[in-house]
Design a protein around this ligand. Structure first.
Ligand code: FAD
Length: 410
């Protein structure tokens, strides 16, 4: 196993006591990441989606880690998904973003909120990667505030008709299925309780997709805009109860935020590995740069960042596992919501800071996508934006201390 990852597994095993099956899937995650590294690098330079990585992830059973056995997955606890995602994060956030959407935003959401028919139909396809999924919440005018989304649905007989635009959607142009959040046309814009969730086949007529390529990183992740023009779907495509769309979206985001936090831990590990190697090999002023004390300060800072990012992420994951065994415990849900926000806020800031320090240690070569750290720097910036920005996490964290009367947004 990769050294830092193996250390994480070893340390957590002291109190999580992993089973043989859990250890095996973590070894798989390590092996898969090893196999993905070169294709991920090559596709990154070409700025294209890495289909090979999805094949490898499916081959090693990674796409089904939190999905129950009866739907084709392996039903592992969140701490296992978290560790697997940490290892994938060492490759940067490109493939990690695909994974977050396919597994945490979509498959887990169908597992939690879908009907039995939906679970039987979609989950085995998500796990085997036969089909790619995307999650369409954000719109051009609705980002941090999804309750203001404008995409509409109208019920006509036993069909729903969808109209609207979804923006910045990961896997957007390659997905076979889209989870779409839309509000009831009858009740108008501005009331979060009118929002419902649907699953649409991207082969449906009226769906137009445009790739958004001008990103400043995340080059192996597909990002798209999706126009829905009178898209007709069957009534069996609604997920969960009508009007519960925002609850569904928030629970999906909770899973995905933890995924971002763990991916960020992997980014910090990758930055640390890269600077250690570079500091030993690169010579200036007649000695390896690692012998210069100011370079050692960067190494020490990244190592500290790793420690500060890991434990809140692991603790959130362990508590989330307890909640999944007691899904009616509302106090525990509240605690997890806070812990996951803390983990995401801390890890994403420290991942970006670590990648920045790593670029500094690499000097001019660091400021290049050809170096292992240029990619980490470009990729990690987005983790402070998607699945809820820094500011939204800060508001959640502060209001959890100040009380409901102090919530900055409703
Ligand atoms: C590469 C990428 C992939 C993405 N993938 C997906 C996806 O798969 N599915 C999906 O639905 N979305 C996706 N998103 C969208 C992402 O979730 C949003 O960008 C994010 O939620 C922020 O929304 P926004 O960009 O509209 O910013 P805005 O909401 O317009 O925010 C702009 C700024 O204002 C701040 N702000 C907003 N409200 C407040 C407030 N009340 N108090 C203080 N500050 C505030 C924000 O924190 C931010 O700094 C993706 C985004 C990116 C960049």
């Amino acid at each position: 196993m990769e050294e830092l990852f193996s250390k994480s597994v070893e340390e957590l095993n002291l109190f999580c006591k992993f089973t043989e099956d859990e250890m095996k899937i973590l070894e798989n995650a390590d092996q898969a990441a090893e196999e993905m590294a070169m294709p991920e690098y090559e596709h990154y330079l070409k700025h294209e989606f890495n289909h090979e990585a999805t094949e490898i992830a499916a081959k090693y059973g990674l796409l089904g880690i939190p999905i129950k056995k009866e739907y084709g997955g392996s039903g592992f606890k969140p701490i296992i998904s978290t560790l697997a995602k940490e290892r994938l994060g060492q490759l940067g956030m490109g493939f990690s973003s695909f994974f977050n959407v396919q597994v945490f935003l979509c498959a887990q959401t169908i597992q939690r909120w879908g009907s039995e028919e939906q679970k039987k139909k979609y989950l085995p396809q998500a796990v085997k990667k036969d089909k790619i999924f995307a999650f369409g919440l954000t719109e051009p005018e609705a980002g941090s505030d999804p309750s203001s989304l404008k995409t509409e649905y109208e019920k006509k007989g036993d069909k729903y008709i969808l109209n609207g635009t979804k923006y910045l959607i990961s896997n957007g142009t390659i997905a076979d299925y889209l989870i779409i959040f839309a509000r009831s046309k009858e009740r108008g814009v501005g009331n979060g309780r009118n929002i419902s969730a649907f699953i649409a086949d991207t082969k449906s007529s009226g769906i137009e997709r445009t790739a958004l390529r001008e990103k400043i990183g995340l080059f192996t992740s597909d990002t798209g805009m999706i126009d829905l023009n009178n898209v007709e779907i069957g009534e069996e495509c609604e997920i969960g109860e009508p009007g519960k769309g925002l609850n569904i979206a928030y629970s999906a985001l909770l899973n995905a935020r933890l995924g971002v936090a763990s991916g960020c831990v992997g980014v910090i590990e990758a930055a640390l590995n890269a600077v250690i190697n570079r500091s030993r090999e690169r010579t200036q002023f007649g000695k390896p740069i690692g012998r210069h004390q100011l370079i050692q300060q960067h190494i020490s800072a990244i190592r500290q960042n790793l420690e500060m990012a890991r434990w809140p992420t692991y603790f959130a994951a362990i508590r989330k596992g307890e909640y999944e065994e007691n899904p009616n415990n509302k106090d525990l849900l509240k605690e997890i919501d806070l812990r996951v926000s803390l983990a995401k806020r801390i890890s994403s800031r420290l991942a970006f800071e670590s990648a920045d320090r790593a670029v500094q240690v690499f000097g001019g070569f660091g400021y290049s996508l050809l170096s292992p750290v240029g990619q980490l720097f470009c990729d990690s910036r987005v983790t402070r934006i998607y699945e809820g920005t820094d500011e939204i996490q800060d508001l959640k964290i502060a209001s959890s201390l100040l009380g409901k009367d102090f919530e900055a947004y409703a």
